[in-house]
Design a protein around this ligand. Sequence first.
Ligand code: TXA
Ligand code: MG
Length: 320
Amino acid sequence: MASAGTDIYLAKTLLTEGKLVAIPTETVYGLAANALDEEAALSIFKAKNRPSFDPLIIHIGSADQLSQWVTEIPEDAKKLADTFWPGPLTLLLPKKNVIPEIITSGLQEVAVRVPDHPLTCELLKQLDFPLAAPSANPFGYISPTTADHVNEQLGHKIAYILDGGSCDVGVESTIIGFPNGVATLYRKGGLALEEIVKVIGKVETLPHSSSNPKAPGMLKSHYAPRKPFYLKTREEMRLADRSKTAFLLFSEHLDEYLPEKQLLLSNSKNLNEAARNLFNFLRLLDITNDTTEIYAELVPEEGLGLAINDRLRRAAADQG
Ligand code: TXA
Ligand code: MG
């Protein structure tokens, strides 16, 4: 297990030495290293068992540092950065040469964001390099939203965990790129699309493809629990085997089953609360011994519901 605490100075020292430190953000915990140090970046891929074709997001301390790392900032990108940073939004922009190829998996664009968490903001302020940080989970598994989640799965591979409590947003950042100058959604995430549209108008969506090399985060099977995981309607859920099934539901219990086998993402139908609970609940259902499969229902397709449903669909991918 890695030691966990709030020692920013220690985190800074370790990162400066090229070591891995898990950091809290408002979305999920990140597995951070010096983004300008190729070897440190390589160790992120190794620790996560992440394929080298899946590029990393760099985290910077403020929007006004953006021009240090990218060659061009389209008007829409500027508006989004000014409005939503620090916050759960990542922008894909043409990289400067100082960003090593390993960070972007050879792509010309780098993913950048300013995270919104007091510990990590303070840490970034003290560093003279950006932090490359994917979510701090083994590749393909559920993203971590507490320091314990990180420790359970990657604790033996990292130097230190900066413990910032539970993540407020609970799903990864929304990713927007600008292919041919057109604002395009690459990943549904913790900033609702409606909010983005209010600021820049129309946003295109990338056609989904499980083999799209431009957005490997769109790999279909992702965020997956280890137990068989199925998306079901409430009607279908009524046919479940009560001895082996646990349920992930939006806001209302199923009367026919034991309440302790059902987790409600939000009693009050609040999609932000549902997002905050999502990954923690998936983990809880995954580790309980008394059930061997998970049934989940989709949530309303609005606000953070888009990101929640996206994660649920990916978790269920290839499982029928
Ligand atoms: O909220 C978040 O974004 C969290 C926290 C830690 O900041 N990070 C995160 O990183 O979710 P990760 O690596 O788990 O997901 C980043 C996604 C990946 O799907 C990756 O393929 C995509 O961003 N990505 C990164 N750089 C890219 C690039 N240059 N072009 C296209 N996609 C990129
Ligand atoms: Mg991830």
